[in-house]
Design a protein around this ligand. Structure first.
Ligand code: SF4
Length: 243
């Protein structure tokens, strides 16, 4: 089941600005307070933007077979001109059987397959790790989600993901505290301190306030005491009005 398919620039993290085909799956195993993904897990249709940036969406009935999805992607977008195909959600790892079938059919980008995940399904990741090239792993902190952070699952997940090009992304808001960031830092350090950590200032909405600049820089400094690479990168696609 899908929500949307489009070609645009990656708006978050160290691959910001790269051109990707986004394939957004429905459904998630978490329930974050700031989630902006539609909650309907079984939409009758998904939308596909025919021409990048023109919002000329067509509606296509769910579900579609992997071979049909690959045909649609290759018909509307030239994969050679893309950095990667981004599998996103929701939580794409709820769809590993589908991904295993789709990935061989959408080869031809410059860097392959990019997975955007909440980092809580290590066994699912292990089952398709050979088909994935780059992993963007979120760790959702209690201060943002109001859900207990599943540290053990994140640890197992990052161990599997560290076979590949992986970075960890944490959304920080005015509620983020140093202790929970330190847990993220420790988790990364115990696997590989070269793994990049991205602090993503929350985009203010729905009563969630951003962290002030001073505190944001202090958080970065705290993480840099232990890790090699800690960057602050906001959501840039929203600034540009890109999908
Ligand atoms: S992990 Fe992502 S998609 Fe799932 S509930 Fe949280 S914000 Fe929404």
């Amino acid at each position: 089941m899908f929500q949307e398919v489009f070609s645009s620039v990656q708006g978050e993290g160290p691959y910001v600005g790269t051109r990707q085909v986004f394939v957004r799956f429905t459904g998630c195993n978490l329930n974050c307070a700031f989630c902006d993904t539609p909650t309907n897990t079984k939409p009758e249709h998904f939308v596909l933007e025919k021409t990048p940036g023109l919002r000329d969406f067509i509606q296509i009935k769910n579900p579609v077979e992997p071979i049909r999805m690959a045909e649609l992607i290759k018909h509307y977008y030239n994969l050679e001109n893309h950095h990667s195909v981004s599998l996103t959600g929701g939580e794409p790892l709820l769809h590993t059987d589908y991904i295993a079938q789709l990935v061989p059919l959408v080869q031809g980008t410059k860097r392959g397959i990019f997975l955007e995940t909440n980092g809580t399904l290590p066994e699912k990741l292990a089952s398709i790790i050979n088909r994935i090239d780059i992993i963007s792993m979120d760790i959702k902190l209690f201060s943002s989600t109001k859900e207990k952070t599943p540290w053990e699952l994140h640890k197992e997940f990052l161990q599997v993901a560290s076979q590949k090009d992986v970075y960890v992304k944490v959304v920080v808001s005015s509620a983020t505290n140093f202790d929970e960031l330190e847990q993220v830092v420790e988790l990364i350090k115990n696997i590989n301190r070269n793994i990049e950590l991205v602090l993503q200032p929350v985009t203010p909405k729905g009563g969630i306030a951003p962290l002030d600049n001073h505190s944001l820089l202090l958080l970065q400094e705290q993480a840099l005491k232990t890790l090699k690479n800690v960057r602050v990168i906001p959501q840039t696609h929203l600034m540009m009005g890109q999908l």
